[in-house]
Design a protein around this ligand. Structure first.
Ligand SMILES: Cc1cc2nc3c(=O)[nH]c(=O)nc-3n(C[C@H](O)[C@H](O)[C@H](O)COP(=O)(O)OP(=O)(O)OC[C@H]3O[C@@H](n4cnc5c(N)ncnc54)[C@H](O)[C@@H]3O)c2cc1C
Length: 468
């Protein structure tokens, strides 16, 4: 197999472009392409948008520019901030709630010293001229004075850090709806449904088996197009041979529904990262429904399918009673008992697995698929693309149109070797430790049961049964 980007022919005016997957990458690109007013664009999705189990669909996601030495993404985030503001203005005109909430991202680091991730982020942000966004704390007392809600965390050793005032969070499901509506306004067509909207396989020319001429959907129909753009997130490797460039990894989020006094305290918080490069844990202020969401960014779980061992998402759409693995639930509780001990008295009210399309080096994989003519893949989000939804489509459009940019270079198909897998600087585990979800004979990988989400469940166990 050779990388054949040079064989790639950009779509000419009038071309029919099929976008498969109406999440962050797909909708943002469909919108950017539609603004050119020279293509016929159809988006296919297996679910109504926002698709309930898409990575993009959630109550909130972090919008941050803190990327340590990955300054490509820092600059892209700064570009996105301007468009997030614009989206908020568009919504205000329609009396809609803002989608972007700029209440800051607080990066707390451990034990008297900033970790490399935070230190490098501050340095690069200052060197790029954005130092005015940074509020760095000189001593633990300063953090407590500014954020009394984190007094216990600071006293437990999360006692260095800074606030990035430019960051915050987005209501990601609303952001998806917002750009979906913009697509409709620009004339993008949609085919939605678990049969008629669901890609079964890409359809190739019978005489040229590596030339894509359209897609076949689950209802047996063939849809012809000049270019197919595959934006199917963590499902991608299960749909076409991605040559191990990306892998679906299951990550976890939980919700609490705190009582009124805590809700009032926690709704004023910034987004917080709790020594994320060592723990992987992060959380949000309570949202308008009073939900407090906490997530974990780590190497994640695999769900290999039987026939070829390719990891594919397993979600509450296909497995309605799924929660999260018991071992991760225990780790959430252990972390929060120290970091936000008020949660120890609270039941966890919701938990779910959400799937990243993890690339080998943490950069997105966006470019012509080397094996197929007329097909571009845009995946490998590696758990950090949602913040870019207002802007990523413009970068993908440049790739579709065959332009050379710093993004097209960084994200091009790059024949990475899975054994070189490295995780980005803010995963909990610097070593790759991917466990198979619900692996037989591994009780730690089973789904947690309802009773295990209750307050004090783990602390009430006999000490020998608990890791606490
Ligand atoms: C737990 C979690 C937390 C995250 N937190 C953050 C964060 O704080 N900040 C941030 O910036 N990013 C975050 N991300 C990452 C972000 O959500 C993703 O990078 C982004 O959503 C990826 O978008 P996508 O379009 O590639 O995939 P998705 O949003 O998953 O969209 C894929 C779409 O393809 C459709 N599809 C799949 N198969 C088919 C098929 N066969 N036919 C038709 N359609 C199909 C799906 O229905 C779906 O609509 C997080 C992700 C997770 C899982």
């Amino acid at each position: 197999m050779t990388v054949t980007a040079d064989r790639y022919t950009p779509p000419s005016p009038g071309s029919k472009i099929i976008v498969v997957g109406g999440g962050c990458f797909g909708l943002s690109t469909a919108y950017a392409l539609a603004l050119k007013k020279q293509y016929q664009i159809t988006v296919f999705d297996r679910q109504p948008i926002p698709s309930p189990d898409a990575a993009s669909t959630d109550i909130n996601k972090i919008v941050r520019m803190d990327y340590a030495n990955d300054t490509l993404y820092m600059h892209l985030a700064v570009e996105a901030f301007g468009l997030w503001d614009q989206w908020n203005k568009e919504r205000a005109k329609k009396n809609l709630e803002p989608v972007f909430h700029q209440n800051g991202v607080l990066l707390l680091s451990g034990k008297d010293k900033l970790s490399d991730f935070e230190r490098n982020s501050i340095r690069n942000i200052r060197e790029a001229g954005y130092g005015h966004f940074i509020e760095e704390y000189k001593c633990p007392e300063e953090i407590i004075e500014r954020f009394p809600a984190f007094e216990k965390a600071v006293k437990k050793g999360y006692n260095t850090g800074y606030l990035n005032k430019a960051g915050g969070w987005c209501n990601s499901s609303e952001a998806v709806k917002h750009i979906y509506n913009k697509c409709i306004e620009e004339g993008v067509q949609f085919v939605i449904g678990e049969q008629k909207g669901c890609l079964d396989k890409v359809h190739c020319d019978t005489k040229n088996p590596n030339t894509v001429v359209g897609i076949k959907t689950k209802d047996g129909q063939t849809h012809y197009g000049d270019l197919v753009l595959l934006t199917t997130g963590s499902w991608t490797a299960g749909l076409v041979d991605m040559h191990n460039q990306v892998v679906a990894t299951g990550q976890q989020v939980i919700h609490f529904q705190p009582p009124e006094n805590l809700r009032r305290l926690w709704e004023k918080l910034p987004v917080w990262l709790g020594d994320i490069s060592n723990t992987g844990f992060y959380g949000f202020p309570c949202n308008a429904d009073g939900k407090l969401k906490v997530g974990r960014h780590h190497s994640g779980y695999l769900h290999p399918r039987v026939e070829d061992q390719v990891s594919v998402p397993r979600t509450q759409v296909t497995n309605a009673t799924d929660t999260i693995p018991i071992s991760t639930l225990r780790e959430f509780r252990e972390f929060l008992d120290h970091f936000l001990p008020e949660t120890t008295n609270l039941d966890i009210t919701f938990a779910r697995m959400c799937w990243y399309s993890d690339s080998i080096d943490g950069d997105f994989v966006i470019g012509p698929h080397p094996q197929f003519k007329n097909m571009i893949v845009a995946c490998g989000d590696s758990g950090h693309a949602m913040k870019f939804i207002p802007v990523i489509g413009f970068k993908i459009r440049e790739i579709v149109e065959g332009r050379d940019t710093e993004y097209s270079h960084a994200w091009a198909w790059r024949n990475m070797d899975a054994k070189d897998t490295k995780l980005d600087g803010i995963r909990a585990d610097s070593l790759l430790q991917r466990v198979v979800l619900c692996e037989p004979n591994n009780d730690e990988a089973r789904m947690a049961t309802e009773g295990e989400f209750k307050a004090h469940y783990f602390s009430s166990l006999a000490p020998q049964k608990s890791k606490l």
